[in-house]
Structures are given as C-alpha cells and as structure tokens.
Write a protein that binds this ligand. Structure first.
Ligand code: HEC
Ligand code: HEC
Length: 464
C-alpha cells in the first residue's frame, strides 16, 4: 500500500532536520533504523488493519474531536463557583456538582442519583432523606460536541435554529439572547427548578413557589446571589458593561455552561493518537475491538467525533427505579416518547457519547449495568439478555424495582439490534476498545473543586 502523501512529507522533513543537525554537529548521518521512536516504525504503512480501521472510522464520521470555543476567564470562574455552590438549591444542601463530581468523572457512581435532602457523596450518599432521581446522571464531558441534551433530548435546537425547552415561553427572548453556548447555556436553568433534584418540597422560599412559577424561582435565585459578596461583582466582570440588577438567572446558567465547556473537553485518548497516525497507540486487542465496533452495528449509532449520532434508540435496557410517571404504575420511563408523543419512540434514549465511558459507570439511562463489559455483552442477543436481566448487580434498595416489562420494551427495540451475536472474544475486544477512548487527563480533574465558595457553604467535592 503506498504511503499517504503527508507521511512522505514528514519523512522528508525529518531527513532534512537530521541533515541540518549533522551539519552543525559535524557528525556522520545517523542510521535511520536507529533513529528516534516516533511511534510509527518504518513498517507502519504495512499495518493494513490500522489503515482499514482509520478508513472505516472516517466513513462513519468518527473524526478527531474539535476543541471547544474559547471562554473568557471571568465567565469560567463565575460558572465554576455557581456549579459548586449549594446556594442554588432550595435548602442549600446540594449543588450541581454533588451529582456531577469531578472525582467521579462528573457523575456520582450511582445507578440513579439522589437529590436534595440526602447527605454523603457518591457510593456513600444515603437515600432515606433524599429521593432517587428517575435517571442516571450523565457525565458532563465534551458537551460542546453533544446536542440535544438529557436522555430524552428535551432541550434541543431545531433545524431552523430555534431552541426548545420544557420552559416554553417562560424562557424569554431576553434570556435566550444571553446564551452563548447553544442549548448547553439553557440546561442549568432546569435542575434548579426540580423539587427532587435541588429545589425541595418545603422549608425554603423557592419550594413555596408553584412548579409553573419558573420566572419567580429564577428571580429568587438571583435575589439570593445578589446578597452574597462577591457574586454581583463576579457577574459584572463576566458580563462587561451590564449591571447585576439587570441580569437574570440566564446569566448564571450561561456561566455554568461556559465553565463546563472550558474545563471538561477531553480529546487526547489513545484513540485520538491513533487517528493522528500513531499505529501503536492502540493495543492489538483494542485495534481488533475497533474493527468489530466499526463493522458490527455499534457505529451505526455511536458515530461522529463524540461517538453519538445525537439520535434516539431503544436498545432494550431494563427499566428500574421510581420511573418518570409512565406506564400503569407510573414507574416506567418512556424516554424519547415523552418529548415527541410517538409510540415508535417509546423506550428510546439518546445514544450515549462513549468518550471516557470507562470512567462513567454505572451505564445506561437508569444505570442498569454496573460493569462495562456486561453492557457490551448485552448487545449480543439483547432480547435474551433483557429477559434474563440480573438485578443482583444493583444496589440492594433498587433490586426490587426492576419492572417486568421486557416484552413491551422489546416491541419497539431498534431493528439494528436484530440478529447481533458476539463471541466472548469479540466482547473482550470491543470492551478493550472502549478503554482506548479514555483521555488520561479526565481521571484527574479534582482540581476543579474550589477550596471555598462565596456563600461560605460547604463544598461537595474531592479536592486533592
Ligand atoms: C440530584 C442530582 C443532580 C443535580 C443536583 C444536578 N444534576 Fe445534572 N443531571 C442529573 C441527572 C439524573 C441527569 C439526567 C436527567 C435526564 O436526562 O432526564 C442530569 C443531566 C445533566 C446534563 C445533561 C447532560 C447530557 O449529556 O445531556 C447536564 C449538562 C447537567 N446535568 C448539568 C447540571 C447542572 C449545571 C446542574 C446544576 C444547575 C445539575 N446538573 C444538577 C443529576 C443531577
Ligand atoms: C441502535 C443504536 C445503537 C447501537 C447499534 C449500539 N448502541 Fe450503544 N447505546 C445506544 C443507546 C440509545 C444507548 C443508551 C441506551 C439506554 O440507556 O437506554 C447506548 C448505550 C451504550 C453504552 C453505555 C454508555 C453509558 O455511558 O451509559 C455503551 C458502553 C454502548 N452503548 C456501547 C455500544 C457498543 C459496543 C455497541 C455495539 C456492540 C453499541 N453500543 C451499539 C445506541 C446504540
């Protein structure tokens, strides 16, 4: 196979560099075979599997992940404080990052999150005081490349550029004008409204407001922030030329989005280095897994730079937990159908991005899988797997909540899953490939946890 042109150009540039060096040092030209290890030996072009995998990936649009837009520092700093500050919750006992902990890969390591009223973090967070949120907390990685937001995509921008959210017209044109990062700027407007996540049922002025008083709840939060120094100055520094009195919670929401975008983009995994030309970045097992992933049907849904088509599919994941009010007992979760009303969307959820997936367990919209290999294995005869789903992998209090609705789920399972069967060896390979999507930098983000907050409230985090 002829070497691509850039490679020959690289070889020429290197040779020129070597000549230049020898000219200065007066040494004899180095033996090319003993030259520096550039990660691609002289035989690199002869690795047909690596080339094939690169071509298959390109064919699926699995390209390198672009860096996010630059975000001004004052906005990032404001957003960081707000994301960690419990003052945004009704009873001041939970922050955004309580459920999206840096030390737990911006999740909480629980199948389902536990909202306001509970104490403790991650595996140690207790539930008697708080309640389970119906869904798993997704990681906040690479959100500049992901849209629509939430498992059911209820925050999205349509083809004509109009943003849709559950708040409808209460998200005013003035608020929308503040949003700099698309749908992500709108996203933080919503957890603060949710009684179970942050607002609470009683005991504070925000909980006393009705659920449809979004405007008043947001205004109440800004009133709180206005009384805490130095928040007003921080807002005015982040939004030059504007007065705090004239700002709305949209300014806070946009700042949190700016923080998430600026600090949580990761695009230096072994896979990225492989795409950039380093054949040895993947182990042989991972390379074999990459090929399986690309020729099996995985990449028909997990594609693009973030490994998601940003669409919705039913991949037959068991349903558990309190549910979102759907089905006979209210404990079911119809997923995308809640947004579109279409029966064909029942049990469909957004294709999860897969970068750093190794770190973001439990997996699935309700954390039904506590082992990554088991999730990969699930795709092999997923109908059989769903019917024989083993709840013993769940934490005890959730084990009895698994719904006996396998046949209903399978009725709208994505046809792409028909006939998918993997050997155990293939499951090992694809799982190994999943690990090649981890950017090592994503393992060490505890530094994002601020030592203290303007409100003086305790910081939930794991700063090291
Ligand atoms: C009680 C735990 C909890 C708290 C507190 C919380 N979240 Fe989440 N977060 C979740 C869960 C669960 C979901 C998924 C909900 C869904 O899809 O229906 C989620 C979804 C998200 C998403 C969407 C990610 C995606 O891939 O679509 C973002 C972004 C996010 N949260 C940021 C925040 C911010 C910002 C705050 C604070 C304003 C916050 N969260 C507060 C648990 C929490
Ligand atoms: C028909 C589209 C589709 C196909 C094909 C598909 N996936 Fe998925 N994948 C999804 C959706 C949708 C989810 C979320 C489902 C849910 O939680 O209910 C998901 C979830 C996952 C998760 C869990 C990620 C997380 O963070 O929770 C992994 C891992 C995964 N898929 C890997 C694979 C692999 C490996 C293959 C090939 C064997 C594959 N997928 C094939 C659509 C698909």
């Amino acid at each position: 196979m002829p070497a691509p042109r850039w490679r020959s150009a690289l070889a020429i540039a290197l040779a020129a560099g070597a000549m230049l060096l020898t000219a200065c040092a007066g040494e004899s030209p180095t033996d090319p075979a003993a030259g520096p290890d550039l990660g691609r030996g002289p035989n690199a072009a002869a690795d047909p599997l690596a080339e094939e995998v690169r071509q298959l990936a390109a064919g699926r649009g699995i390209t390198p992940l672009a860096r996010p837009p630059r975000v001004r520092n004052q906005l990032v700093q404001l957003g960081r404080m707000l994301a960690f500050d419990k003052v945004l919750s009704g009873n001041k006992d939970i922050s955004c990052m309580t459920c999206h902990l840096p030390g737990l890969a911006t999740g909480d390591a629980r199948s389902l999150s536990i909202g306001t009223g509970a104490s403790g973090l991650g595996a140690a967070r207790n539930h008697p005081g708080g309640v389970f949120i119906p869904r798993n907390a997704p990681a906040a990685f690479n959100l500049h490349a992901i849209e629509p937001l939430f498992w059911d995509g209820r925050v999205f921008t349509d083809g004509s550029g109009t943003m849709h959210t559950p708040a409808g017209a209460r998200l005013t044109p003035g608020m929308r004008a503040v949003f700099e990062f698309g749908t992500l700027s709108a996203q933080p407007m919503f957890p603060v409204l949710s009684r179970s996540e942050m607002r609470g049922d009683e005991g504070n002025e925000l909980a006393a407001l009705a659920d449809d008083q979004e405007t008043e709840i947001w205004a109440g939060l800004m009133r709180r922030l206005g009384q805490i120094q130095p928040y007003p100055q921080m807002f005015e520094a982040a939004y030059k030329g504007q007065r705090f009195e004239d700002m709305t919670f949209a300014h806070a929401s946009n700042a949190i989005a700016g923080f998430l975008i600026a600090e949580l983009a990761f695009n230096d995994s072994p896979w990225d280095r492989f795409l950039a030309g380093d054949d040895r970045a993947l182990t042989p097992l991972q390379l074999a897994g990459a090929k399986n992933f690309l020729v099996a049907r995985c990449s028909q849904c997990h594609n693009g730079p973030a490994f998601t088509d940003n669409l919705f599919h039913n991949v037959a994941v068991a349903q558990l937990g309190p549910g979102t009010g759907d089905g006979a007992g209210g404990h079911d979760d119809f997923g995308r159908m809640k947004v579109t009303g279409l029966a064909s969307d029942r049990y469909a959820f957004r294709t999860t991005p897969l970068r750093n997936v190794e770190l973001t367990g439990p997996w699935g919209h309700d954390g039904a899988f506590t082992d990554l290999r088991a999730f990969v294995d699930h795709y092999s005869e997923s109908d059989v797997k769903l019917r024989t789903y083993d709840p013993s992998q769940l934490e005890p209090v959730l084990q009895g909540t698994v719904l006996a609705n396998a046949e209903e789920i399978l009725a709208s399972r994505d046809p792409l899953l028909d006939g998918v069967v993997f050997t155990p060896q293939q499951v090992d390979e694809v799982t190994a490939f999943m690990l090649a999507l981890t950017d090592p930098a994503a393992r060490n983000i505890q530094r994002l946890t601020p030592p203290r907050l303007p409100s003086g409230l305790p910081v939930d985090g794991d700063r090291h």
